[in-house]
Write a protein of this length. Sequence first.
Length: 758
Amino acid sequence: MFGVSLIYMYKVFRGDTMSNRIVSLPTIDLLINEIKTYNPGCNEALIRRAYNLAESMHADQRRDSGEPYITHPLSVAVILASLSLDDTTIIAGILHDVVEDTQLTLDDIRAEFGDDLAQIIDGVTKLNKLSYRSKQEHQAENLRKMFLAMAQDVRIILVKLADRLHNMRTLDSHHSELRQKEIALETQEIFAPLAHRLGIYKIKWELEDLSLRFLEPETYFSLVDMISMKRQEREAYIESLCRELSEKLNTVGIKADIKGRPKNFYSIYNKMKKQQKDISEIYDIHAVRVIVDSVKDCYGALGIVHTLWKPIPGRFKDYIAMPKANMYQSIHTTVICPNGQPFEVQIRTWEMHRVSEYGIAAHWRYKEGTNGSGYNNDTEQRLAWLRQMVEWQQEVKDAKEFVETVKVDLFGDSVFVFSPKGDVYELPYGSNPIDFAYRVHTQVGHQCVGAKINSRIMPLDTVLKNGDIVEVLTTRGSGPSRDWIKIVKTSQAKNKIRQWFRKEGRDERVLQKGKEVLEKELQKQNLDPVPFLKSDKLLEIAKKCGYFTADDLLVAIAEGAITSIGVINKIRDDVVLSKGLIPDDTPKEKTELTVKPFSGAAGQDNGVWVKGEADVMVRIAQCCKPLPGDAIIGYITRGRGVSVHRDDCPNIIYYREQEPQRLVEVDWDKQITGLFQAGIQIIAADRERLAMEIIAAISDTKTVINAANIRVGKDKITVVDVTMEIKNLAQLEYIINKVRRVKGVMEVKRMFSEKQNQ
């Protein structure tokens, strides 16, 4: 039953009625015989007892096709047996519908067969008796329960997949066309990708083909007809390639099983759709599969393949060195055959082949040495994604968001990226460095301020590609930006960001602070705050300022991303006057930052004392521009007095080695007053309002800005040089820390400082 051929599917799906099908229904004897092929010591008596119970409970029930209902759970059990699963899973397949469709209860199952079996059946049972507001919520709640139960015992989803596979095989016999499409779409979006995630390709391929048949029947049958027409020609050619490769491998002593493998219909359909090609332009409909005894032979066979046929650049994938998350391992290479057409060669060991066919089921270990949950530690690690899904789903209340995230996180395409240490991380396609940071560690994500991709600083919203080497730049004391929730791809990152804001107690506190700052500024401008702080008006203002929600605007005000006066200007120019909410005599001029040109040069500075000397000429060094608070040292120049440097200045390092006798101790006058010119350089990911927010962050400290120079590189990295008037090092460090908190800022470093002439 499990190994249903494409020819069988073709005949059935062309419209044959049930009475015309020559299909033998499963029996309990057939099931027992199947189990004994891999488990001769199975508990036959217990399996037959479960069957007798199911048969009696379903005795008066029939499927819509007219078949006795018992044929369905028995067929599910046969599919599970074809995966070589344990007795408990087989019995769960036999009894999986009795709690939902008969008077039997979980307590009855528990009393008769134990807690283990009851847990599996409970995980599979649908929530039909509960009331939901929508069909989508119903689907989401079923998925929630399934994932929670899977985290305890993965056999639950194996039973569920077998159940769905048999229902899809018989879908044409007892449902309306609309219902068929609904079930097929759910199968295509949830269950086929789930089989892929668990590595059970035998189920995945059939579910995909069956879904395509019901969702796009004309396309499906047209594809079947076209492939059937040239089947013999293609198979004969592939057979000749297999013989040629086999002879070459034998000459070098590599024992191999070589066969052609036709792609499933859905894979061909997907390739035609993505590449906008006709079936005649798809040449790798067949692949050659090479199965050898060892990993060493895999790479040896690869060398032979590339000796016989030319490989196509960019079409080589080594899943042995870098296995997929679903445990799949194999070498894939696409080569050009003698007639100029490409075809794919897959090379793997027998163990890899077993895993590729059966996935998580191939790693099932229900015996001594397991961790008590039915599978070994290696399999436990491979189900880490399931633990993350369970953790995240508890935080999400919206059914639509949960279902969509399941599709993105678990079932979408993946990219593989590296850490600088060479560790491999799998992320959903479309992920960015923030997703990567949170996948590495929660704290790395929280403290992320920038990222290097392949040794280049790149914006945090850069989409990662296969093979990228990602280095996360972090700063202690920083935290995530609320805007990150909108740009991250993974549910793990979204969940951790939300948790951070809740833990920090920032949600309500920050919103209140933002509202208070805006209210105070409105009053200062002689404006009544009441109409502006209403939710609808605040939302309108937020959108005018480039924010999606009123909360986003208030957070931006509270955290200094936008100044309250900037918001007032937006209100005054774009919102209020057009709606007549402010009297005409309200001041209309904008408050803008005045940027002064750089002025002043260092001269004699009486704010520095030279040890053991009096009335000596002292000047601040131009190379490092020390500030009060810096550790400093003096250098006796030729004819220009003592030049004062920072202690870590590169020139001082040189002088210590070459002219140590010319260094003298100096110190700042503790009574020093006045303002110094200080400069910082900010490196950030380019975005709208970046420069404005940086200037606003500095201005909020009541610091006078003298000059600002902004430049944007081709790599979308913005460099901002700012000079300003400050009193000492402590003030400069305070400003630097504040600027580091601006969204997108990756690095802030000091440039120079200089005392003004008084």
